[in-house]
Design a protein around this ligand. Sequence first.
Ligand code: PLP
Length: 386
Amino acid sequence: MKTIYFDNNATSRVAPEVLEVMLPLFSELYGNPSSMHSFGGQIAQMIKKARQQVADLLGCDSSEIIFTSGGTESDNAAIKGVIEANPQKRKIVTTRVEHPAVLSTCRELETLGFTIVELGVDRQGNLDLDELKERVDANTAVVSIMYANNETGVIFPMEKIAEIVSGSGAVLHTDAVQAVGKIPLNLSKSKIDLLSLSGHKLHGPKGIGVLYIKKGTRISPFIVGGHQESGKRAGTENTAAIVGIGKACELAAKFLDDENTRVKKLRDKLEEEILKTCPDSKLNGDKKNRLPNTTNISFEFVEGEAILLMLDKFGICASSGSACTSGSLEPSHVMRAMGVPFTAAHGSIRFSLSRYNTEEEVDFLIEKLPPIINRLRQLSPFVNKK
Ligand code: PLP
């Protein structure tokens, strides 16, 4: 059975071009980039190129790019690194809809005596910037606000947020794991200080990420040891993955237009057809202010997990809540923060597309989903009681 993959916010297929550049680093190109000999030196050159490829996508200087093991490490390192470098400040401002990589880091710091402010969102998943203004003060070490939400795709106005935060003296970190490669970013003119991204969300390998650190930002090293990554993140480099993420970033720049035209059109077709053909279905999240590849739809009175299992029988992959929180039957913290009623939050499904999806795949989903929802509704105790 063919896999029809609409779960690209969970992880994405490694681009064939990325795999191709990575493979030699597992065989003949096994040198250590720190070695004095030219056998290792050629790998150092490849890493230099990858750093530049990432910097080109972000519009920053290559010296501002630190390779990490992924989005989770970048998020942890950003928040803890700033806290450590600014010990006099005791407050962190974030939002209720962050990925657990940020929320758990903040909650851990709360147990150590830091004050954590979690900003709420409205029914559309948007932030109240006035609340942000009120809550950021001179005691705030770091503000960590995601660029785009992994579950709904809702994009936060990062440049407006950066304007507000820059006046306060706090460091601004953004988890841009879901935004990079999907929408254009340009850090050269931005007041964002720290930005996380992850290889496997943009058709690169898993286990590799980046923390962008704007020149002059006060942040402590997060792994100490050797001199690698400007002394901020020690350890012999994950050479194949670094070369892979570099290529993935180069490709992402090339496909940005496709993502915002063809992929967006596919997403819109999928969404419109589902909302039209499935009664009691509703979009979660701001319709306009969204990543071009993501839609999150609630099907009232049915369980998301049941929908996923039935889609799986046709080889269709989607997600209920974020991959990291699935496995629990609790509605996701994002849906709860948005005030989505329990009966709708429970039946929310995220479809996230990529450059590899086709119109035929969207048509297949549109054909298969309505009968699945009908069948589940017939079985639902909620509907029978209605
Ligand atoms: N931040 C966001 C918004 C994510 O969606 C994810 C992955 O789902 C992460 C962070 C974690 O990234 P990684 O899987 O590379 O650790």
